[in-house]
Ligand binder design. Structure first.
Ligand code: NCD
Ligand code: ZN
Length: 344
């Protein structure tokens, strides 16, 4: 007997599509299953102004496969020079759905990010006033702080003071990786958190035991097993606070398998199969739809997708292990266990 699961079409609330040949190669992988995605603005150079977002949106639309109905939800990359009026107009016209805060130096292409939060105060106050979400990469960049502690330290020393100083600011804690992240996200209703596919599957042993595994290296870096279990509990809880943001972050293999390898796991291709397996393992298949398709739109104040997808369970599904961009290969995330759910 085949088992079928029908879900509202899912959305991805944190996605890297890149540009050029990479965009062309990875966009179909997301557009195949997802209705919409929040598009990260960390291009080189970043998507800073509304004019940049218009141009990037056009490049994404031009790269979409024939007949695809996928909608990119654009974001702006917050800098110390961002103009509140530009952001407000972009939000009010529906061009952008969020602003992204990268602490300077926290991750890939974040050197133009924010060093002094006081410099962006007028933008944050305006965002609080109009209810525009701020997506935060929540890691401190201080060299003294251990990389495995950077999220927890960020919550205490940056995020909590920032929220207290800006009442009403709606914040998405992006790609949380710790029990502290889970607990803080639960602490207020103007907060939400995205959780990636890969952080539900791997802990730091996957990266480091038995040889270094560059395709499991991403930022924030995967933590201890107890943290992975906290993320599993949160994602499968059905609570409105938590929703999917894959953080699918493609880099060419030559740059991952390198003496100074780039951070990012590419999960767009097999995310829905992996999530169905994970939720089934935890006896929570009935809560998968909340995580992938309902909680995100609710926080972003958007309607849920009108159509549905069907997942069927059967023989193990195989996915390509790599995607060819024409300018290099990109390795698809390997969850390390067989996948039985396929999107029909
Ligand atoms: C992302 C990237 O490559 O753009 N990398 C990652 O490891 N997640 C940046 C990010 O989201 O931190
Ligand atoms: Zn990301």
């Amino acid at each position: 007997m085949t088992q079928t699961l029908t879900l509202r079409r899912p959305d991805d609330w944190h996605l890297h599509l890149r540009d050029g040949a990479m965009l062309k190669a990875v966009l179909p992988e997301t557009a195949r299953h997802f209705g919409r995605a929040i598009i990260m603005p960390n291009l080189v150079p970043p998507v800073v102004t509304s004019a940049d977002a218009v141009a990037y949106r056009e490049r994404i639309m031009a790269a979409l496969p024939e007949g695809a109905t996928f909608q990119p939800l654009m974001t702006l990359y917050l800098t110390e020079h961002t103009q509140a009026a530009d952001v407000r107009a972009a939000a009010e016209s529906g061009l952008i759905r969020a602003v992204k805060l990268y602490p300077a130096g926290a991750t890939t292409n974040s050197h133009g990010g924010v060093r002094d939060l006081e410099k962006v105060r007028p933008v944050l106050e305006m965002m609080a006033e109009i209810g525009l979400p701020l997506c935060i990469h929540g890691e401190v960049t201080t060299p003294e702080v251990d990389i495995f502690d950077r999220e927890a330290v960020f919550i205490d020393t940056v995020l909590d003071p920032l929220r207290r100083a800006t009442p009403g600011l709606r914040v998405v804690m992006e790609h949380i990786t710790t029990a502290q992240g889970v607990a803080y996200a639960r602490s207020a209703s103007d907060l939400a958190a995205t959780i990636t596919t890969h952080h539900l599957v791997i802990n730091r042993n996957h990266i480091l035991v038995g040889g270094i595994k560059p395709h499991y290296y991403c930022l924030p870096v995967a933590k201890r097993e107890e943290h992975r279990l906290a993320l599993r509990e949160a994602a499968t809880s059905g609570e409105a606070t938590f929703f999917l943001g894959t953080d699918s972050a493609p880099h060419m293999d030559a740059l991952k398998e390198h003496a100074c390898g780039c951070a990012g796991c590419f999960t767009a291709t097999n995310t829905m199969s992996i999530l169905a397996e994970v939720f089934e393992q935890d006896g929570a298949l009935d809560r998968l739809e909340a995580f992938t398709s309902l909680n995100g739109p609710a926080f972003y104040r958007l309607p849920v997708n009108e159509d549905t997808i069907a997942l069927t369970k059967g023989e193990a599904v195989s996915y390509p292990s790599k995607i060819d961009t024409g300018e290099g290969m990109v390795t698809v995330f390997d969850p390390g266990f067989p996948l039985h759910w396929r999107v029909a």
